[in-house]
Design a protein around this ligand. Structure first.
Ligand code: GLN
Ligand code: ZN
Length: 804
């Protein structure tokens, strides 16, 4: 109540102020946060290592934010409120959690309970939420919509308290004001925040976080008051939940919630003007309640979504909100077709909408800048736009819209030329690749019946003292030690030659093989020491890909990945290795050192697509099939080299699952087909494995079954084998390796613990189908943990074998 009274004071005054602030003609929804040289990453990591003070960290963070804001303005996005203040140090969902005071009960000690900062969490405290401490697990982390960015999952129950503590946002606004600019603070909206939260599990009755909306809204009201008082003219409220289908919520639930939330916020008297954003897809029928709510601007993702005829009416009536048109793709690295985008914008304006130009999503999903990527082929480079170049595209389009296309003639020409060269460039269309794909027959994705394969494999792998019951194995990688990274770097820098580097890798493989023999594992691996990354290594050895020098993209917290760029038709004839198998030499070397079977290790087509920037000039399904054919060659070469077990990892199968339920069956069809195209050419006696590291399958479980691998390893240790009920529900009847060691933690599982897990696995899986392995690869573990854990795994397996 108090707030409400407070908010009505000064209404008249503020209404006038607000009216003068038109929405900027050009904006970006967000901008990369780690800094062009990952300065924030380094600052965070030294701070966590206690080598940097609180003050120094804040200073470093402020530096990154200030130079990002300056850069955005320099690129032409420079009107008041055009620069978004959304520079989370770790994660923007975490920042929103802190701003609304939704600190989970198990972290309540981190919340100050007196003074002006009542209800708030310090920076140090927020890192404990993100990273845990000795006593507790951090908040769970999961993928943000269908991107490779991970957010921290809020935990909300009936008792969770909310209180406004938007200090970060307020000081961002104040700081910018001191530097003479007006930024637009950005916060995850109440509906999306709750839709992405999970039940904190404290109450006996299950809680649906979205049911807490009424309690949360007044806190947003208070935040808006504080932002207004700090000088914000516009606030950005992000509601991407409206573009997705959720297992635990109906469309009706979301409709009711978004209608209520937006009309409530719009109805407040004391607030900045509001922009509601709907990135990552198509809001469909949920766009209408947002546009009718009374907020002053609505963003629409026009790359993934569209405005159908009647939806255009939402923006063309008297009193309609500004249409913030997301025409520049924030998700991918291709240069915008400026001509097409400008025509689209002009048509929207022609129809009567007040149009502003924007990105389709935040730019956190693309690298900073093309500056410094001079090693890229100049033609390829001319097709690309990273965050800086996209920011400039937004400004260019706004200029063209305001002053006519003559004002941007040169830019339109450059864009048109890039488009034209791309259509004709060698490599974009490779006749041989296309012909080969056309010649594929339905039979090329089919293997013999599982039972026939099983018998054939028993003869080749299990025959003459072959594999025992409950075979033990690992997922592929062994620890990537400092020595491994150093050698790779030295080779890249040219300080050691190819011969010495190869010798190093062979020595590494020999050590990994003898360690596995000593430990008594049944199916060995070569350890993947030659791979910097499970996708980039393939990108470097296939045609149709390029890799960047500095194209880092935040994955979570201080972590970033460097996705490869898939620009052309894919085949296995890369420069330097023309037509040669590139994994075979390492894997057959490993096999030459031991009598036990060595498992060949490849990355699957869907995962290669998911972790790269992929061309958009043809359907993903077609690109996936090209990758599948390149992998098919490698699979056959491994088989020909005498490798009898071949694993094709698909950890990203679930990640590309479309946000809308209706699109999912079509996706699973092509994704499964591509995997089968890669793996179905082998003989019956060759055993195909796959690996997927998550322990909740939901809708993908049908797809996982359809991959038709002889053995599937999954993550199961953390969920204590609960996932197996899911797996059994689809009648899964081939080999299964539920992980018995949670490799995400430095903890060594005891023999007893593994024995217990195996015993409960046997409740769901027949003994002759059960494999024993860790949850995932061992790349991030050290040798001490690895040796002890694997020794326990082998010992526990021995005990269980005696009982069955
Ligand atoms: N074979 C890969 C490894 O062991 C699998 C990695 C993954 O599933 N993410 O590292
Ligand atoms: Zn994995």
């Amino acid at each position: 109540l108090t707030t409400h009274q407070e908010t009505t004071v000064n209404t008249q005054h503020s209404a006038q102020e607000n009216n003068s602030a038109a929405f900027p003609s050009a904006t970006v929804l967000g901008y990369p946060r780690l800094g062009p040289n990952r300065d924030l990453k380094r600052a965070l990591e030294s701070y966590w290592a206690q080598k940097l003070s609180d003050q120094a960290l804040e200073g470093a963070a402020r530096g990154v934010v200030a130079s990002a804001a300056a850069r955005i303005q320099e690129l032409g996005v420079d009107e008041p409120s055009a620069v978004p203040a959304s520079f989370a140090l770790y994660d923007h969902v975490l920042d929103t959690l802190v701003a609304v005071g939704a600190v989970p009960e198990r972290f309540s000690d981190l919340r100050s309970d007196a003074g002006p900062a009542k209800g708030s969490v310090t920076r140090r405290g927020s890192f404990i939420l993100a990273r845990g401490d000795d006593a507790r697990q951090p908040l769970e982390m999961t993928k943000w919509f269908d991107t490779n960015y991970h957010y921290l999952v809020p935990e909300i129950g009936p008792q969770t308290t909310f209180s406004a503590a938007p200090h970060e946002l307020v000081s961002a606004v104040q700081l910018a004001a001191e530097q003479g600019t007006t930024v637009r603070p950005s916060i995850v909206g109440p509906v999306t925040f709750l839709a992405l939260a999970k039940d904190d599990g404290i109450s006996a009755t299950p809680c649906r976080p979205l049911d807490r909306l009424e309690d949360l809204l007044p806190v947003y009201a208070q935040i808006l008051v504080q932002l207004k008082n700090a000088g914000a003219q516009w606030v950005q409220i992000e509601e991407p939940a409206v573009v997705a289908d959720f297992a635990h919520l109906t469309q009706q639930d979301l409709q009711v919630a978004i209608t209520r939330a937006t009309t409530y916020l719009a109805g407040l008297t004391e607030r900045p003007k509001i922009l509601v954003t709907t990135p990552y897809g198509d809001a469909g029928p949920l766009l209408s309640p947002i546009a009718h709510s009374g907020v002053e601007a609505v963003h629409v993702d026009l790359v993934r979504g569209e405005l159908k005829d009647q939806q255009l009416d939402l923006f063309t009536q008297p009193g309609s909100p500004v249409l913030v048109a997301g025409v520049v793709n924030g998700r991918n690295v291709w240069r915008t077709d400026l001509e097409a985008a400008l025509s689209q914008l002009e048509a929207l304006r022609q129809a009567g909408a007040r149009v502003s130009v924007a990105t389709s999503t935040s730019l956190i999903h693309v690298p900073h800048t093309l500056d410094g990527e001079d090693h890229l082929d100049p033609t390829l480079r001319s097709w690309l736009a990273f965050a800086d170049e996209k920011t400039h595209e937004v400004a260019t389009l706004a200029l063209g819209l305001a002053q006519g296309r003559e004002a941007i003639t040169q830019e339109l020409q450059i864009s048109a030329r890039a488009l034209a060269t791309r259509q004709e460039a060698p490599g974009v269309h490779d006749a041989a690749v296309r012909e080969r794909l056309r010649a594929q027959k339905p039979a090329d994705t089919v293997r013999a019946d599982a039972q026939i394969r099983r018998e054939a494999q028993a003869r080749t792998l299990f025959g003459e003292g072959g594999l025992p019951l409950l075979p033990t194995t690992t997922i592929g990688s062994f620890p990537q030690t400092a020595a491994v990274r150093k050698a790779r770097e030295a080779f890249r820098a040219g300080t050691i030659n190819r011969e010495r580097y190869h010798q190093f890798l062979q020595d590494e493989i020999a050590q990994v093989i003898s360690l596995q023999e000593e430990l008594g594992l049944d199916v060995l691996v070569h350890g993947e020491a030659e791979r910097n990354d499970m996708v980039q290594y393939f990108a470097e050895n296939f045609d149709g890909f390029a890799v960047t020098r500095n194209g880092w993209v935040q994955s979570y917290g201080s972590r970033a990945t460097r996705p490869s760029i898939l620009w052309g038709d894919v085949s296995r004839t890369g420069p330097g290795v023309r037509g040669e198998a590139f994994t075979v030499p390492w894997i057959s070397y490993a096999q030459s050192l031991t009598d036990r079977p060595v498992k060949g290790m490849l990355t699957g087509p869907v995962t290669i697509l998911a972790w790269s920037f992929v061309r958009e000039d043809q359907p993903l399904a077609q690109t996936a099939d090209q990758v599948a054919l390149a992998l098919r060659d490698e699979v056959l070469d491994l088989e020909a080299a005498g490798i009898g077990i071949i694993q094709v990892d698909e950890p990203a199968l679930r990640e590309l699952l479309p946000l809308r339920g209706a699109d999912r069956p079509g996706y699973l069809d092509w994704a499964v087909n591509a995997f089968r195209r890669a793996t179905s050419a082998v003989r019956e006696g060759t055993q195909i494995h796959t690996h997927l590291c998550y322990s909740e399958f939901g809708e993908v479980i049908q797809g996982v079954n359809a991959l038709n691998a002889d053995v599937t390893s999954i993550e199961a240790a953390r969920s204590r084998m609960e996932v197996l009920a899911d797996v059994r529900s689809v009648g899964f009847s081939r080999g299964l390796g539920p992980g018995v060691w949670d490799i995400h933690s430095p903890r060594v599982p005891s023999t007893n613990e593994i024995e217990t897990l195996l015993t409960s696995a046997l409740d769901h899986v027949d003994a002759d189908h059960l494999w024993v392995n860790p949850d995932c690869g061992l790349k991030t573990r050290n040798y001490a943990q690895t040796k002890q854990s694997l020794a326990n795994l082998v010992e526990a397996t021995g005990r269980v074998r005696e009982r069955i």
